[in-house]
Ligand binder design. Structure first.
Ligand code: SF4
Length: 281
């Protein structure tokens, strides 16, 4: 806080033409975090990327939020887990940043994606940012692990054009082992999105020995097909690109010896979804 009681935040700067990254590294007072979470007038971001083609349709701006309640063994962004280590960005400022790109995003069939971390850890900020994007005609996407979906009202859900829903594991105990959290709330959110007819792209990280059980994938594929709102499925092969972050953060990385899935295993997973009539990539 400044002497005048206003929150100070560091400048965002472009470390490359496609990235705006902040330099905020110190913790923010808890009272400020609580106030921001309650009002949604300020969010805590890891970074703000432009030019993404991996996080929804077209070319997108991605706001990477801080904070996640999952602890996925394969997480490649463990540096986003702690919300209060993020860059504080006011809603007004985030909206102004987005406004600069709105015409380009429309031309490239893109929009805004809010990802993380888990964006719904900051649900009020995310709802307001997505609403602001929609008001300026920008397509909106929420990338979520789904377990905090109950925080969104039906009206708020209706204002999100697309949900990228991660289902981490079909087996409940496997889900617990992998993420530290329960599977049921995720499935409940998936059913609710279906009942509200909201478009979903399902994402599934394929990890040898953890999420490559053929029977479980077949069951998940059947569940996804029955929802009738899943427009596509992305099988994301496990990789080791995030390993260095675990080391830098001095976290115990359990997947040191795990190899990426073979092309045959990836094909097996895709075929289960295709067999249910879904588009799988
Ligand atoms: S939900 Fe995403 S950000 Fe959270 S721990 Fe899992 S992979 Fe990491």
């Amino acid at each position: 806080m400044s002497d005048t009681g206003e929150l100070r935040y560091p400048p965002l700067h472009a470390s490359s033409p496609f990235e705006l990254r902040g330099e905020w590294t110190q913790s923010i007072p808890e009272a400020d975090v609580r106030k921001a979470l309650a009002t949604g007038e300020m969010g805590f971001l890891h970074s703000f990327t432009t030019g993404s083609t991996l996080d929804g349709p077209g070319v997108r701006v991605v706001a990477w939020t801080m904070g996640c309640q999952f602890r996925c063994l394969y997480c490649h962004n463990p540096d986003t887990w702690n919300l209060n280590k993020g860059i504080p960005v006011t809603l007004k400022r985030a909206t102004e940043q987005l406004r600069k790109y709105r015409h380009g995003l429309a031309t490239m069939g893109g929009g805004l994606t809010v990802s993380g971390g888990e964006p719904l850890m900051q649900d009020r900020f995310v709802v307001k940012l997505l609403a602001a994007a929609r008001t300026m005609g920008v397509h909106t996407t929420l990338d979520t692990n789904g377990s905090l979906g109950y925080r969104l009202s039906d009206e708020e859900l209706a204002a999100i054009d697309l949900v990228l829903l991660d289902i981490k594991c079909w087996d409940p105990q496997g889900h617990r082992n992998l993420t530290g959290m329960e599977l049921d709330p995720v499935l409940e959110f998936a059913r609710r999105l279906a009942s509200r007819n909201r478009p979903v792209w399902l994402r599934y990280v394929l990890v040898p020995g953890l999420t490559d059980n053929s029977h479980d994938i077949a069951q998940l594929a059947r569940f996804a097909a029955e929802l009738r709102n899943v427009e596509r499925v992305d099988i994301l092969p496990f990789h080791q690109l995030g390993r260095f972050k675990w080391k830098e953060l001095r976290l115990n990385y359990a997947l040191e010896e795990v190899q990426p899935p073979t092309p045959e295993i990836i094909q097996m997973a895709r075929e289960h979804f295709r067999a249910q009539g879904l588009k799988a990539y």
